[in-house]
Ligand binder design. Structure first.
Ligand code: GDD
Length: 339
């Protein structure tokens, strides 16, 4: 079996390439020209695994590149993970988000249709499609009401995939994945920002962690579980769309509390809004709030109903919230100790 992964330098590319190699796949990865094998999470892969990945330098916004790649390689599967994936940033750069996420997805769909119609496609959709859902938990039938340029672009991607799937009878699947994190998550995302901040404090930095909306409610799982779900979506008799999540809801505040608990610090909150702080029992400021990390519109209240994935794919998350926080903080402490 041969698989192409776009966005191989991201967190999910890391776990997915490991999974596919362990299953005996020939793994091809798409990397942008300004990336390299020493950049991104690819660099974290053990040398023996990294050497097995065949890299193609190119950009998903280049339709010719993708058509040539698929026409030449004709992989059984393509996992389209590459995207401008920062929700907050998408408010500042909506057009480049649309170019990468809508144009890039359309290019993958066209390349499959015209050059490799037997290739199965996974598209990385997102819980952000639900916007600020009133109903809880959310599943495949929950209305999509996106509230960021990022979510709008992913909605266009999802509908492009559905349209191509129906019109041209292609095997294309949308994974509507809730937040999934890990020890190789980018430091811009709130969970890793917290785990790194806590590890720094553990090492004596004395620097409080600056956060935005502490009350955002998300459903956080472990990325390794989610790439297993992606693979399962590609092995079915018919293509379909699936929600993956944990079914648990936690706030950013709870994530921070749990992370500090790992290093034996109990957090008490004082004040409100941007004046709120998280204090340790001996009165030291561990968390501060900054307007800089608020978004023009928040999307939260997330909690996944993954029963369709459970029933049809036999998928379930193995790692839940507390274990996730613990493994992230412990990994960052370990990494810092080795530096
Ligand atoms: N990044 C960040 N930084 N977010 C913060 C901060 C902060 O300092 N403080 C609070 N937050 C809140 C955000 O407002 C948001 O509600 C929540 O923390 C999570 O933010 P992120 O970790 O940046 O992730 P996201 O939920 O916006 O998006 C991620 O998950 C989606 C669902 O799987 C990304 O990976 C998306 O690409 C993905 O689609």
């Amino acid at each position: 079996m041969k698989a192409v992964i776009t966005g191989i330098s991201g967190q999910d590319g890391y776990f997915l390439s490991k999974l596919l190699l362990s299953k005996g796949y020939e793994v091809h990865g798409v990397l942008r020209r300004n990336s390299s094998m020493t950049n991104g999470t690819v660099a974290h892969l053990p040398e023996d695994i990294r050497k097995q990945i065949i890299i193609h330098y190119g950009d998903i916004t280049d339709g010719n590149f993708l058509s040539n790649l698929l026409g030449k390689e004709r992989p059984e599967e393509i996992y389209h993970l590459a995207a401008q994936s920062f929700v907050g940033y998408s408010f500042q750069n909506a057009l480049s988000t649309y170019d990468a996420n809508i144009g890039g997805t359309l290019n993958v769909c066209n390349a499959i249709k015209d050059y490799s119609p037997d290739t199965r496609m996974y598209f990385a959709a997102t819980s952000e499609l639900f916007g600020q859902p009133k109903e809880k938990p959310q599943n495949e039938n929950t209305p999509f009401l996106p509230r960021s340029p990022y979510a709008v672009s992913k909605l266009a991607g999802l509908w492009t995939v559905r349209t191509y799937r129906d019109a041209y009878k292609l095997y294309m699947t949308n994974g509507i994945l809730f937040n999934h994190e890990s020890e190789v998550r980018g430091p811009e995302f709130v969970t890793r920002k917290i785990s790194l901040g806590v590890a720094n404090i553990y090492r004596g930095s004395g620097m409080p962690i600056m956060l935005g909306n502490l009350d955002a409610k998300k459903d956080w799982g472990y990325a390794e579980d989610y790439v297993r779900g992606m693979w399962l979506m590609m092995q079915q008799d018919y293509p379909d769309d699936f929600v993956l999540g944990t079914g648990e809801q936690h706030t950013v505040r709870e994530f921070a509390e749990e992370a500090f608990r790992v290093i034996g610090i109990n957090i008490t909150w004082k004040g409100s809004g941007v004046n709120e702080v998280g204090l340790s029992d001996d009165g030291k400021t561990m968390v501060k709030v900054s307007r800089d990390f608020y978004r023009p519109l928040e999307s939260d209240n997330y909690m996944a109903d993954y029963s369709k994935a459970k029933n049809k794919l036999g998928w379930e998350p193995r790692v839940k919230f507390r274990e996730l926080v613990k493994l992230m903080v412990e990994s960052d402490i370990k990494r810092m100790n080795n530096e």
